[in-house]
Write a protein of this length. Structure first.
Length: 156
């Protein structure tokens, strides 16, 4: 079961907006099921609210990575995603990925070289994080390109 929970509203006039926000939360919810509270997933809500912009961001930021051979692409994207989930800790990311922290750092350096983004620059980290979110949320949605390459630019 998939459940999307929007924000509380006051009065009948706001029910339509509440429904729209709950639908947005539902679009974030994993296909396997679960509950998503919109207030806890605002960056992802931004991405699914404007899928064309999300796809454009993912293509622009991750494009050089998406063009790699599938095995290389997935290793680098998994490393980036895990490093972000570990709050930027190469040590913890290495433990989750079953590799040495230096391997994580080398992969991250390769991501920086390919994308032209620095993971030491907060604005670049925000772009990379949102691009990864867009790729994860939009690649299996209607209008998305197959998960192997770019995200495409078709409408939902």
């Amino acid at each position: 079961m998939r459940i999307g929970i929007g924000n509380p509203v006051e009065g009948l006039a706001a029910v339509g907006e509440a429904r729209r926000l709950a639908d947005t939360a539902l679009r974030i919810c994993p296909a396997a099921g679960g509950t998503v509270r919109l207030a806890d997933h605002l960056p992802a809500a931004l991405v699914v609210s404007s899928p064309e912009l999300g796809r454009a961001l993912a293509d622009k930021v991750l494009g050089p990575l998406l063009g790699l051979e599938p095995a290389d692409r997935e290793v680098l994207l998994d490393t980036l995603t895990t490093w972000l989930a570990c709050d930027g800790s190469a040590q913890r990311a290495g433990e989750r990925l079953y590799c040495h922290r230096n391997t994580v750092l080398n992969r991250l350096r390769r991501c920086e070289q390919l994308t032209g983004r620095s993971l030491a620059r907060p604005s670049d980290v925000v772009e990379v994080s949102l691009a990864l979110t867009a790729r994860a949320l939009l690649r299996d949605r209607p209008g998305a390109a197959p998960s192997g390459g770019g995200l495409g630019s078709r409408t939902e």
